[in-house]
Design a protein around this ligand. Sequence first.
Ligand code: NAP
Length: 288
Amino acid sequence: MSQSVRAACVVGWPVKHSRSPVIHGHWIKQYKLDAAYRREEIAPEAFAGFVEQLSARGYVGANITIPHKEAALAMSEPDGRARAVGAANTLWYDNGRLFSTNTDVEGFTANLDASVPGWEQRADEAVVLGAGGSARAVIYGLIERGVGKINVINRTPERAEALQARFGAAVHPVHASALPHVLARSGLLVNTTSLGMTGQPPLDIALDPLPRHAVVADLVYAPLHTLLLVAARNRGLATADGLGMLLHQAVRGFQLWFGIRPDVTDELRALVEDDLRKAQTSETDCVK
Ligand code: NAP
């Protein structure tokens, strides 16, 4: 590997499904940088050794994906977002120190900003479906942006309750039977479950109770046009899709490693959409 080229990578196990090389590769070309972005498939038992040698291997930083996000948090100096979410997906060096953040938080809110400007004015109260890793990023982002009441519904209710313990009084764990009731009061609905993903069962909920000004966001990006988003659009509701979040979450890492804040353009979106379409035939899981 040439040591003169600034390089970053995505570290995962497996990592071949990651879209990050397409996104960062596009920006490297667009900004004509002498830089590289690679995939690194690293088994869990080899992860600590890999990160200890990250700089020696010529990397200025990395994206971290499944199953290494918690280990990455423990091996770095996390910012408030990574600490609150309990997982790090982006590493970078500053003066020889290894820092981390979780860019899913800003990926989610920046995509909402781009898709539905002024969305916060509609969302005093929100409903979040799911209580996994991405729900933690979404909830932290909503709290950062001042959403006062976040109703969380999850198949395993204990995990929704744990989010209240983690994030405090803004989070309200709610039983699934109360969904119509809380939807009627909410200006934002977010699906953070894997339901609706290719190979998973569909997310089957009635959107009728949502007010007309409500926004519907889906984190699932394969397929891109999920049944939830199609149903929301058919009702005339504003939407934000999972691909937008995926693209926006990549911005900060690129800026930290290569010193340029890149734009999320229609051209990039079309490129990744095309890549997803090609992969769709054989893929049932999607990791960054
Ligand atoms: P996770 O930590 O594994 O959480 C999965 C969530 O889905 C849990 O709440 C789980 O409920 C729920 N779930 C799974 N199967 C279910 C079923 N059959 N019925 C009801 N609930 C079910 O996963 P994650 O990391 O949060 O990711 C979730 C989704 O978000 C994935 O589709 C992922 O690709 C997507 N995502 C997208 C982006 C983006 O940039 N667009 C970023 C992150 C994640 P239990 O707690 O009951 O198991």
